[in-house]
Each structure stands twice: as structure tokens, then as C-alpha cells.
Design a protein around this ligand. Structure first.
Ligand SMILES: NC(=O)c1ccc[n+]([C@@H]2O[C@H](COP(=O)([O-])OP(=O)(O)OC[C@H]3O[C@@H](n4cnc5c(N)ncnc54)[C@H](OP(=O)(O)O)[C@@H]3O)[C@@H](O)[C@H]2O)c1
Length: 332
């Protein structure tokens, strides 16, 4: 039986600010409540929403840990009352609304999944946030079907690298946009049929040409701003546009006539504030439909860099530089 200490190291932040506000602190080890498991964290993924949280623009929802970190992988060390899905010693990865940047973290067992066989715990810790987000936005809200065309902006991001692989694995023609030739090459290596360097090419004209003038059936957008009008221009008749962020701002001047004339659907969602049962439903679909792909080696998180937990500030600096391709992970 593993002995569980009373205290642990976690990354805290005294006030919103730059990367240096992220500092190791000593915190009590959390106790698993009913239906929860306590996990000794081996790896915690870093995500762009963590940067927003650090800057003070994305506070944890009520009841969530103030410790940053939306995902982790590790070993189950304790079970709360009624938690029986994972044995002590099982390796899992999990989606949380906070608490991942720590030696130990608690999660409702329904929001955890077995660490996929054949992947390291570092890889497993880089899965939940982007796989849950892509599944719910591309396949549930966006209704992507085999044979359709799919464009993802930010193709080299953690989200983008996951979206390319899953859309391809489920039979779509995949176009990615990214901000450099190296990033475009990485998108193609991951399976994108086409990649557009948006700094040198107009993505609307390029993607129209790639789809024989038809436009794309589904667009996953994290940029917003002037992309909103351009996405409407690019979308095929009855196309769908799913908004998951507004890196270039949430306000835009848009010619909405295309929404009507092309019978478009423009939707969006955020993952973090959803209820535990809603996240559990996404987890169940991922387990049934995506875990077999992960375990067969047909997709995997692309790890750009790892940092020890205590160097969370360095990890955030790298993410903010946007030099990375794929995921940045903290190891414990
Ligand atoms: N709605 C949800 O539930 C949800 C969940 C998770 C993440 N997200 C969002 O999805 C986005 C991607 O997250 P991630 O963790 O995968 O991010 P990431 O790995 O840090 O990648 C973001 C990439 O976006 C591109 N980009 C385009 N315009 C940008 C701009 N104005 N500012 C900064 N980067 C810009 C950059 O690459 P280029 O060089 O190609 O420009 C950058 O590398 C974030 O906006 C995040 O907030 C939403």
C-alpha cells in the first residue's frame, strides 16, 4: 500500500500576471470525495486556457481547485466512497476543471479513463483536454462525417494536432492552417491532406481551390476576429463552423447574408464549465471510439517539450512564444 503524504508540491499563483507568478508551493494533498479517486500525478498537460487563467482572464468555475492544470495522468492511490471503477495502482488519465499542476490530484472517476496501452504516462497526460474538446466540438457539435472536408485553424496547436489526426482517422479530407512552413509540414506529417501557411497565402482562396471551389463542410476555429467573416466565405453550402476560442478577439464585422444563403450553422462551446455527467458522457464516447485508435497507434499526442513541474513558468513562456508544435507537458 502506497503511503500518501499530508502535503505535496503544487504550482500556485499569488496574483494574475506573467509566467513568473507560477511558483511551487506546499499544499495539502487533496482527499477524494464520494465517487472520486486520488491520483499520484506523473504528467500534467499545459494548455492555452491555463495561460489565460494565469493572466486573470479565465477563473476556475465554482468548486474547482485554484491550482492550474486541466489534465493529468498518473497512478490511482486512493478511492473515495463508492469509487470502484479503477483499482489502486491502475494508471489513468483525467480531465479536471483545475488541480493538474501538482504531485496529487483528485477527479471524479467518471471523468478519468484508463491510460491507453502502449503510451507513456507523459503522452497520456497530454490527451484529455484536446481529445475531449475535439470530440465534443468536431464530432458532436460539428457532426463531421467520413467523406466531408474539414478545416482546422491553428493546426499545429495542441487542439489542432489532435483534430487533424482524429478527423483523418474518421475519414475526412483535412486542411490545416498554421503560421510557418515548419508548422505546415508538421500538420501534413500528422495526416493533413493540405496545410496552408496563413502568413503567405489567403486561406479562403487556398482552401476553396483545394475543395474544387466548393468550400469546406466543417471549420474548427480558435481565432475569431476577422476570421469569422472569412470562415463564412469559405464554408460550403450547409457548412458548420464551430468556435472554440477567440485568439484574435470576439468582435467582428460579418456579412451575415452568407449564413442565410448557404444555410450555415455557427456554434461553439467551452469544455471546462460543463458538469461532471456531461464530461463523463464525452469520456464514454472517447473510450469506445478513440481509445482503440490510440491503442492501435493510429493517433497519439504530439509532445513538443516536457518540463519538470517546478518549471511551469518556463512551460508557459514557451507556449506564449507559439514556437511549439503540439503539446507541452509538465512531469512530476
Ligand atoms: N472551447 C474549449 O473548450 C477549448 C478547450 C481547449 C482549448 N481551447 C482553445 O483552443 C485554442 C488552442 O489551445 P491549445 O492549448 O491547443 O493552444 P496552443 O497549443 O498554445 O496553440 C495555439 C496556436 O494558435 C495559433 N494562433 C493563431 N492565432 C493566434 C493568436 N492571435 N494568438 C496566439 N496564437 C495564435 C498559434 O500558432 P500559429 O503560429 O499557427 O499562429 C499558436 O501556436 C486556445 O485558444 C484555447 O483557449 C478551447
Amino acid at each position: 500500500m502506497t503511503s500518501i503524504p499530508e502535503t505535496m508540491t503544487a504550482i500556485g499563483m499569488a496574483a494574475p500576471g506573467g509566467p513568473d507568478v507560477l511558483r511551487p508551493e506546499t499544499r495539502p494533498v487533496p482527499k477524494p470525495g464520494p465517487g472520486q479517486i486520488l491520483v499520484a500525478v506523473a504528467a500534467a498537460g499545459v494548455n492555452r486556457p491555463d495561460v489565460l487563467q494565469r493572466q486573470g482572464g479565465y477563473n476556475p468555475p465554482p468548486g474547482a481547485s485554484d491550482i492550474p492544470g486541466l489534465e493529468f495522468a498518473g497512478t490511482v492511490v486512493a478511492q473515495g466512497e463508492g469509487a470502484n471503477r479503477f483499482a489502486i495502482g491502475a494508471t489513468v488519465c483525467a480531465l479536471v476543471a483545475g488541480g493538474g499542476y501538482a504531485d496529487y490530484a483528485v477527479v471524479d472517476e467518471s471523468n478519468a479513463l484508463p491510460a491507453p496501452k502502449g503510451l507513456t504516462l507523459t503522452e497520456a497526460g497530454a490527451i484529455p483536454e484536446t481529445f475531449f474538446t475535439v470530440w465534443t466540438n468536431v464530432f458532436q457539435r460539428g457532426r463531421l462525417q467520413a467523406g466531408e472536408s474539414f478545416l482546422v485553424h491553428g493546426g499545429s496547436s495542441g487542439i489542432g494536432t489532435t483534430a487533424i489526426q482524429l478527423a483523418k482517422a474518421f475519414g475526412a479530407t483535412v486542411i490545416a492552417t498554421a503560421g510557418s512552413e515548419d508548422k505546415c509540414a508538421a500538420c501534413r506529417e500528422l495526416g493533413a491532406d493540405h496545410a496552408i501557411n496563413y502568413r503567405t497565402e489567403d486561406f479562403v482562396a487556398a482552401a476553396k481551390a483545394m475543395t474544387g471551389g466548393r468550400g469546406t463542410d466543417l471549420i474548427l476555429d480558435m481565432v475569431g476576429g476577422d476570421y469569422i467573416d472569412r470562415n463564412y466565405e469559405l464554408a460550403a453550402d450547409q457548412g458548420r463552423i464551430v468556435q472554440i476560442a477567440f485568439l484574435n478577439g470576439p468582435k467582428a464585422t460579418v456579412n451575415f447574408s452568407r449564413l442565410m444563403l448557404k444555410r450555415l450553422t455557427h456554434t461553439g462551446s467551452t469544455l471546462r464549465p460543463r458538469t461532471v455527467p456531461e464530461k463523463a458522457a464525452i469520456a464514454a464516447e472517447l473510450h469506445a471510439k478513440v481509445w482503440p485508435l490510440l491503442e492501435a497507434g493510429r493517433c497519439k499526442p504530439l509532445i513538443h517539450a516536457t518540463f519538470p513541474l517546478a518549471q511551469a513558468a518556463e512551460a508557459h513562456r514557451l507556449m506564449e512564444s507559439s514556437a511549439h508544435i503540439g503539446k507541452i507537458v509538465l512531469t512530476v
